[in-house]
Design a protein around this ligand. Structure first.
Ligand SMILES: Cc1cc2nc3c(=O)[nH]c(=O)nc-3n(C[C@H](O)[C@H](O)[C@H](O)COP(=O)(O)OP(=O)(O)OC[C@H]3O[C@@H](n4cnc5c(N)ncnc54)[C@H](O)[C@@H]3O)c2cc1C
Length: 419
């Protein structure tokens, strides 16, 4: 075992929940270390912030729908910290992206109304806060969907066909580009679009195919280092609205989110170690005193006064189903809530239907403090009671709970200092 490293707060997980909690704690002056066995859902998810998309019908105005949703779902994460906690989290996030390492790149929107943005298959998905580079997707004006045959994860004709079925005038065009095999994916192409000469040549060829009044839908590959520069340059060259459509993973807009949150963490003096798997903890009674993690071939103890568990749910291995058919939180052994009652079905036959077991998460109080502990807080998909895929709420929960956890820790620090 390597020597113990000392921090005020150790955050487990580098998804939206963990990075938000960590950056905010560091901004408050705490010495923070994030341990993550890998990156989180950011690199897979579309990079939009859905707060409440379905209840169960499409939600137009999340601000109006949230109070009723919370009243009807008292075990939901939003019921723990309340609707009023969501807007400040969205504002904090939008500010950090705008101040981040991607100049000019910013989010638009909020809780007043959902944006209905086309997915890669041409369905319209609701999101509260969206990258400015996607916002022009939220109208019914005619659209030309642009495919790059080299990018096999995005079929322009499929997207356009389904948009047409939904009543939007849409057609598809394809532009061949010369890239090497290693660049023939969303990430590689995004790096090519950071190059002004590549963009100019691409826009020049596309301009010849466009019809007057058409919006242009592009796969979300318009730049990684300078997405605002790439998007606004293409838009200027084409002379009309251009918007990005999320692709299959890897998600370029999601990686931009990750980059912005990591930059916010580091700007505030926080540390991030990716490739560090938390294995267990040391305790004194109900207080966790240190996290044991496997880093670079050896185990290290990270001592902390506060621990934030933002390790996700079943999907990321933070909660597993044991051979006893009982779910377990794998690092601290925390108490769980949301299990189907004995005799009730645990799984449904319809793979995409509601799965009772997916409601399971760590039992917490209204300050997101884990039951049976004095200093372990929980954020994101590790919380019980949500069905993010059905509700379109996963990113909103991750962001708002990460934001709230930092607030809870600060309040307890303040109370301890005053005592
Ligand atoms: C492809 C995809 C599309 C999605 N689309 C939507 C959508 O349209 N709408 C919606 O509402 N939601 C969507 N979601 C869900 C949403 O992205 C998640 O609910 C949310 O991002 C969860 O964030 P999180 O920070 O809680 O967890 P995650 O992003 O899962 O992060 C968990 C982190 O914990 C780390 N970790 C786990 N175990 C350990 C350990 N033992 N030690 C150290 N680190 C550990 C992981 O490496 C990771 O860094 C989507 C998710 C995916 C994957």
């Amino acid at each position: 075992m390597s020597p113990t490293l000392h921090y005020d707060a150790v955050v487990l997980g580098a998804g939206v929940a963990g990075l938000t909690a960590a950056a905010r704690l560091a901004e408050g002056g705490a010495r923070v270390c994030v341990l993550a066995k890998g990156v989180g859902s950011t690199h897979l998810a579309p990079g939009t912030i859905g707060v409440l998309g379905y209840d169960p019908e499409r939600v137009e105005k999340p601000a109006d729908a949230l109070p009723g949703f919370i009243a009807a779902h008292p075990d939901h994460p939003y019921a723990l910290f309340g609707a009023d906690a969501v807007a400040p989290a969205l504002e904090w996030f939008a500010d950090r992206v705008e101040a981040g390492p991607q100049p000019g790149y910013r989010y638009t929107g909020g809780l007043e109304r959902n944006h209905f943005l086309p997915t890669a298959v041409g369905a319209l998905r609701p999101s509260a806060l969206v990258p400015e580079t996607m916002a022009a997707g939220d109208t019914n004006a005619p659209v030309c969907v642009v495919g790059l045959p080299v990018l096999r994860d995005f079929y322009a004709s499929l997207c356009a066909g389904n948009l047409r079925r939904g009543g939007i005038e849409a057609r598809a065009v394809e532009i061949e580009v010369e890239v090497g095999r290693v660049e023939a994916n969303a990430l590689g192409l995004a790096r090519r679009f950071d190059d002004p000469a590549f963009r100019a040549a691409f826009a020049g060829r596309l301009a010849l195919l466009l019809r007057p009044g058409e919006r242009v839908a592009m796969p979300a590959i318009l730049g990684l280092r300078d997405p605002h520069g790439a998007w606004s340059d293409i838009q200027r060259r084409l002379g009309g609205p251009v918007f990005e459509v999320p692709t299959l993973p890897p998600s370029v807009p999601g990686i931009r989110v990750y980059n912005a949150l990591v930059a916010a963490l580091r700007a505030a003096g926080g540390r991030l170690i990716v490739g560090a798997e938390a294995l267990g903890v040391e305790r004194e009674g109900e207080r966790v005193t240190a996290v044991r993690a496997h880093t670079s071939g050896h185990d290290t103890l990270f001592s902390a006064r506060w621990v934030v568990l933002a390790t996700g749910g079943f999907a990321s291995g933070a909660i597993t189903l044991g051979s006893d058919w009982q779910p377990h939180e794998t690092i601290v052994g925390l108490a769980l809530r949301g299990m189907p009652a004995p005799g009730e079905p645990r799984f449904a036959g319809d793979y995409f239907g509601p799965q009772p077991m997916s409601n399971v998460g760590v039992a917490v109080d209204s300050g997101l403090l884990a039951e049976g502990t004095e200093n372990v807080f929980v954020a994101g998909a590790a919380l019980p009671g949500a069905v993010p895929w059905r509700e379109g709420s996963g990113e909103g929960i991750a962001l708002a709970s990460g934001h709230c956890v930092a607030q809870s820790v600060r309040e307890r620090e303040g109370a301890a200092a005053a005592a």
